[in-house]
Structures are given as structure tokens and as C-alpha cells.
Design a protein around this ligand. Structure first.
Ligand code: GTP
Ligand code: MG
Length: 220
């Protein structure tokens, strides 16, 4: 039996900034399915979104941590008429912020992740060189735990970012370790610099949003 060729991915036809929120009452009405991008400050969330959406500077990026300071909602439409919101979250773990500021941002991210009825998937970005630390384990617990609204369990995608910074020979082992530590069947290795993993991630994001059937994929 021959394996069937991978189905062509519907192209993104538009990606536009819809809203930026610094408080929960500024979130747009929950109408479209959403997939959010979470991770440590500077891990590459905004760069990954620009790469995924093939837009050079839709989201602002910076080499200084703490660049994204609000919850940003981006409306994305594909060739097959599917529409969803991708949500860029402010990064956590930025020590230079004041305690009060860190606490209020933590509350904002937590309230988004636990109270958002239209949230269907969360992409957790991890720097491939750092692996999982306390904050990532806490976030995974929160995502795997009960929500405060009625919704289906979240689809979680773990992405190892900045893969280009690791020598080729070390990449496979790092991804296997991340899969084991996060208890995820497969980690997406990604680089915004050379676009590694871009198509695979787009496929997984569409699946997480319920737009495509889930395929069984093994870490190879
Ligand atoms: P915050 O908004 O502070 O939470 O950061 P962020 O997670 O959105 O990170 P951002 O996309 O702003 O990227 C941080 C820095 O990492 C920038 O200097 C990017 O150019 C760099 N960067 C992001 N992704 C990659 C990558 O895949 N490879 C390399 N080499 N650098 C990357
Ligand atoms: Mg950012």
C-alpha cells in the first residue's frame, strides 16, 4: 500500500490586526474560533506569527524582552473560506518588570486562557536551547486543567523555537526530550529565521482550530 500524499494546505488570503487588549473587558466578542500563542518573553512568539502568516512586520518584534504588552487578536482568513483569530499573548518571565506589573499581566493571560469560550487551541513556544522550566510546567498544568467556562478540552501544540541556533546533530534529541518532558506526542521544531516547520505548524494550528481532521503524527 502506498501512503497518500499530504493534502495541499489552504493558503492564507488575509491576516489583519483586529484588537489589542490590556484588560479582559477589551477582548473582542467571542465569535470566531481562536488559537493562542504563549511563551516566555523573547522566545519568538511575534516572529513566529509573522512567519506563519507570511507577513514581515504585522506583529512588532524586538531583541529586547517584553516587546508585546497586550493581548493581540489577528483575524486570519484562508483560501477555503475558513476564518479564525490567532492571539499573540504577552510573554511571561520577564524579570525586569515590577512585581505589580507582572502580577496584573499574569492575571490577564490567565483570565484569557481560562475564561475564553472560543479558545480551541494553545501553541506553547519553548526555546529549544532552554527546554521546559517551572513556568512552562505551570502553564501546561493550567491548560490541561478545567476551564472556568464551558468548552471542549484545549488542543495543545508545543513548538521548539530558534531551532536554527542548535547544531543539526543536536536537534532530534532536543525535540524528543521536549516531547517526553511535556507529555506531548510530537513537538514542532521551528525557526522563524529559515522558516523550518512553518507548514507543519500551520497544519497543526488548523487542526487545533477544528478546521481539518487530526492526523496521527509520530515524532520521527
Ligand atoms: P515578547 O513580545 O517580549 O514576549 O517576545 P516574543 O516572544 O514575541 O519574541 P520576538 O518575536 O519579539 O523575538 C525575540 C527575538 O528573538 C528577536 O530578536 C527575534 O529576531 C529573535 N527570534 C525570534 N525567532 C527566532 C528564530 O527562529 N531564530 C532566531 N535566530 N532568532 C529568532
Ligand atoms: Mg511579542
Amino acid at each position: 500500500m502506498t501512503a497518500s500524499p499530504a493534502r495541499a494546505l489552504p493558503r492564507i488570503v488575509s491576516a489583519s490586526f483586529q484588537a489589542g487588549a490590556t484588560a479582559a473587558d477589551q477582548f473582542p466578542p467571542p465569535t470566531l474560533v481562536e488559537v493562542a500563542f504563549a511563551g516566555r518573553s523573547n522566545v519568538g512568539k511575534s516572529s513566529l506569527l509573522n512567519c506563519l502568516l507570511q507577513r514581515k512586520s504585522l506583529m512588532r518584534t524586538s531583541s529586547t524582552p517584553g516587546c508585546t504588552r497586550q493581548v493581540n487578536f489577528i483575524d486570519v482568513q484562508s483560501q477555503d473560506d475558513a476564518e479564525m483569530l490567532l492571539v499573540d499573548l504577552p510573554g511571561y518571565g520577564y524579570a525586569k518588570r515590577s512585581k505589580t506589573e507582572r502580577r496584573s499581566w499574569g492575571t490577564l493571560i490567565e483570565s484569557y486562557l481560562l475564561d475564553r469560550a472560543t479558545l480551541s487551541g494553545v501553541v506553547l513556544l519553548v526555546d529549544v536551547r532552554r527546554g521546559l522550566e517551572d513556568e512552562e510546567y505551570q502553564l501546561l498544568d493550567l491548560l490541561n486543567g478545567p476551564a472556568r467556562v464551558s468548552r471542549r478540552p484545549l488542543n495543545i501544540i508545543v513548538v521548539a523555537t530558534k531551532l536554527d541556533k542548535l547544531p543539526n546533530s543536536e536537534r532530534k534529541l532536543a525535540l524528543i526530550k521536549l516531547a517526553k518532558d511535556s507529555r506531548q506526542p510530537r513537538i514542532v521544531g521551528f525557526s522563524a529565521k529559515d522558516q523550518t516547520g512553518r507548514d507543519e505548524l500551520w497544519r497543526r494550528v488548523r487542526q487545533a482550530a477544528g478546521l481539518d481532521p487530526t492526523a496521527l503524527i509520530e515524532q520521527s
